[in-house]
Design a binder for this molecule. Structure first.
Ligand SMILES: Cc1cc2nc3c(=O)[nH]c(=O)nc-3n(C[C@H](O)[C@H](O)[C@H](O)COP(=O)(O)O)c2cc1C
Length: 272
């Protein structure tokens, strides 16, 4: 007994100018394309995750001044230990996994973060996660020589996300680097300019009395004693510069990593 034609065969047998065939072929084509796109998206997810991790590691190495052209990122990263800091106490914590922990997701979760008052929220981030992953860079003897903390805050158009690297004294800046923002290229986007980034290493977050002094100023930094606490503002981008100043001051301050940075030497002696 001859088999009755399938619905696909019936559509294909219709004249080419038949509206039912045009719609049918269009629907089939959409279906086929969506299957291919979905399969590619799912199939490429592990690769995207791996690339994201590699990019994150590259940024961390860069802010610590360890990145070399052609270097193996995973190999260089072996000297870096991720640790969790409880931002409420400024102490190391084992409450969450430092590698899997996502501070951005936690900051949106009322159970894992706390709101900031307008007076506290100088970086315009609204909420602060209870925990943050910091990165300890160790020398060949296993001694910590740089500590990298994540920072973020609002510029003119966007939230800038980056890392601040400091010496174990908790005061001297090793580097500041952003890996995500949407400031205008050529204006606020100059935060990525290596020349401007080069103004940060050696700057002091705090003065000898422990007062938070670091700031990005409009125009050129002062000369003399204040120079070690000031970074030139970006020309034509005062608002982004102010945002960077505020976010660095927030994260180095009492409501950010301030207590951790002040305890750092003791923390490293106890847990390092
Ligand atoms: C299209 C456009 C894009 C801008 N992008 C930025 C920016 O990314 N960051 C910034 O601080 N200012 C930006 N500005 C300039 C600000 O509006 C403002 O004029 C500037 O921050 C003032 O800086 P100044 O006092 O150094 O001139 C932009 C202006 C325009 C017209």
């Amino acid at each position: 007994m001859p088999r009755s034609p399938s619905w696909i065969q019936r559509i294909l047998a219709m004249p080419n100018d038949s509206p039912a065939k045009i719609v049918g072929v269009a629907v089939l084509l959409c279906l086929a394309c969506s299957i291919v796109v979905s399969a590619a998206a799912i199939g490429l997810r592990p690769l995207q995750e791996a690339n994201r991790l590699l990019e994150k590691r590259r940024n961390i190495l860069q802010v610590a001044g360890l990145m070399r052209p052609g270097a193996d990122i995973d190999e260089l990263f072996e000297q870096i230990e991720p640790r969790i800091v409880d931002l409420r106490s400024g102490s190391f914590s084992d409450a969450v996994d430092p590698v899997a922990y996502d501070q951005r997701t936690a900051a949106r979760d009322p159970a894992a973060s706390a709101p900031l008052t307008p007076e506290e929220d100088i970086a315009s981030i609204r909420r602060k996660a209870h925990f943050a992953t910091v990165y300890l860079v160790k020398d060949e003897q296993g001694v910590v020589n740089t500590v990298i903390v994540p920072v973020h805050g609002y510029g003119l158009w966007s939230t800038l996300y980056g890392y601040l690297a400091v010496k174990p004294d908790g005061r001297e800046v090793v580097g500041l680097q952003f890996y995500e923002h949407a400031e205008t290229p050529g204006l606020g986007g100059e935060v990525d300019n290596p020349k401007w980034r080069g103004l940060w290493p050696g700057q002091q977050l705090f003065d000898d009395s422990g007062e938070l002094r670091i700031e990005v100023v409009k125009g050129a930094a002062a000369t003399g004693d204040a120079a070690i606490h000031q970074v030139d503002g970006l020309a034509g981008a005062t608002l982004t510069s102010r945002g960077v100043s505020n976010l660095v001051r927030f994260w180095a301050g009492e409501n950010g990593f301030g207590p951790f940075l002040k305890n750092l030497q003791q923390e490293l002696a106890e847990h390092g």
